[in-house]
Ligand binder design. Structure first.
Ligand SMILES: [Fe+2]
Length: 465
């Protein structure tokens, strides 16, 4: 192939873009470091790794850049073992990253400007493609460690080196793609996932057995007449739970030069309860609201379903309605027989998200949910972790005074912990904080200095070794 420069290559994004500087600035170094400095003490019996993914453009982006949609994936790993800590990070090397590394600059643009590179620049195979974005989450299941994208196939990672091994479809269960937020049922070991697609039937769900084989190939979810964007899902022992909020892909609008996504509150939000045994989908209507993330869901003895999630007024960044957009931790009581949903706020905290529970309790009742939010002294960053006791409607918080990311529950031998990575917006140093699950408001029992800055990112997981 003769390499040419595309005269239509989009212009570089302004380097002072808010999401390309400070705690968001991409990290271009890849490193491995051992015996990291620790303040406090790492429990000697804690053995495992905290892994986290996030958008991290390999080269200065061109065309468009929307945080947190755009950017290449970078997986960060903090390993705790024998009271000591080590760190590694690697780019998720998609074909786009590999070709850009050959050329030394960005070739693909962001999701929203509509540019795709021609064959004269990237060859026939990659011509017309958009950038793969396995930068949202990292999941281990059925012997596979995967960097997850949204509505696309994940990339398989070498669990030892974090090297990228290629795309993965989980024995066909992710043949048409997957949400970045599949749910693993701790009771059965099954991984359940959904995927949205732009053509009918618009939504599918699949199941991967504990051993990594496909138990249910992509199966149509009946009841939709338009393509919708859905970011996360919930799972109970009986149901796959999808909240279908009215954010619609509008292909006609894109062809006319408009926006790809359209917020249509008149449609309301519809809840799909998909019986895991394969029965008919139950649809329940609610007023319009938006959900990025679920904490957990479970079945009750009377047949109702409880879902804890963070509810937003609308999807900020994708819909401008002129009214303030705020979020809160909610509990939905859904009656599949009566077709009703009753939503109640379980915390007065606003502007929170990234809800997590002890993953061992997925599909079953839980007492604690952790979220990330702003503190009362608003610095403009998410700088506080909130720990909600949903049984007692009480909450405590801890704020390191730095930009902090998603808290992950870490089961220990004697006691359990929460872990999170934060970056100081002043000196741009990143640290891993280990808090006890019992008294997280007391602050970290161990603070680990990371060898390089970890950009503000998205989701992760604790993997015991
Ligand atoms: Fe997410």
């Amino acid at each position: 192939m003769t390499v040419t420069t595309d005269p239509h290559r989009p212009a570089p994004i302004a380097p002072d873009n808010r999401h390309l500087v400070g705690v968001f600035a991409p990290q271009r170094d890849e490193t491995d470091a051992t015996d990291l400095p620790v303040t406090g003490e790492i429990p000697a019996d804690l053995s495992g790794s905290y892994l986290r993914n996030g958008p991290n453009p390999r080269f200065d982006p061109i065309g468009s850049f929307v945080f947190p949609l755009d950017g290449d994936g970078m997986v960060h790993r903090v390993t705790l073992e024998g009271g000591r800590a080590s760190y590694s990070n690697r780019f998720v090397r998609t074909p786009m990253v590999e070709l850009e590394e050959e050329r030394g600059e960005a070739i693909w643009s962001g999701l929203t400007d509509g540019y795709t590179p021609p064959a004269s620049v990237v060859g026939e195979e990659l011509a017309g493609t958009t950038r793969a974005l396995p930068d949202i989450n990292v999941v281990r299941h059925g012997g596979r460690l995967m960097a997850m994208a949204e509505a696309d196939k994940p990339y398989l990672l070498d669990p030892r080196t974090l090297a990228t091994l290629g795309t993965e479809d989980c024995d066909g269960a992710m043949r048409v793609g997957s949400t970045a937020h599949p749910k693993i049922d701790p009771r059965t070991g099954e991984m359940v996932l959904f995927n949205y697609i732009l053509e009918a039937p618009y939504l599918t769900w699949s199941v991967v057995a504990a051993d990594g084989t496909s138990l249910r190939p992509p199966t149509a979810i009946d009841g939709l007449d338009a393509p919708v964007m859905i970011h996360d899902m919930a799972l109970t022992e009986k149901y796959v739970v999808l909240f279908v909020c009215p954010l619609i892909f509008d292909i006609a609008a894109v062809m006319a030069g408009g926006s790809l996504l359209s917020w249509r509150p008149d449609d309301g939000t519809r809840i799909a309860l998909i019986p895991r045994d394969g029965g008919a989908v139950r649809w329940i209507h609610a007023e319009p609201f938006w959900v990025w993330h679920f904490a957990n869901a479970f079945d009750n003895a009377d047949g109702t379903v409880t879902v804890d999630y963070v509810e937003w007024t609308y999807p900020g960044g994708f819909a401008e309605t002129g009214v303030p957009n705020t979020s809160g931790l909610m509990r939905a009581a859904i009656n599949p027989t009566a077709g009703t949903i009753n939503r109640t706020r379980v915390s007065e905290r606003t502007d929170i998200d990234f809800p997590r529970v002890d993953d061992r309790l997925l599909t079953r009742d839980h007492q604690r949910v952790a979220t990330v939010g702003k503190s009362d002294s608003d610095t403009g960053f998410q700088e506080s972790l909130w720990f909600h006791d949903v049984a007692k409607s009480a909450e405590v918080s801890w704020s390191p005074g730095v930009a902090i990311g998603e808290p992950i529950y870490i089961p220990g031998a004697g006691q359990d912990y929460w872990g999170a990575i934060g970056t100081d917006p002043q000196d741009l140093r990143s640290r891993f904080y280990l808090l006890t699950a019992e008294s997280p408001e007391d602050g970290p029992i161990a603070t680990i200095d990371l060898p390089i800055r970890v950009p503000a990112g998205l989701h992760g997981v604790w993997l015991e070794t």
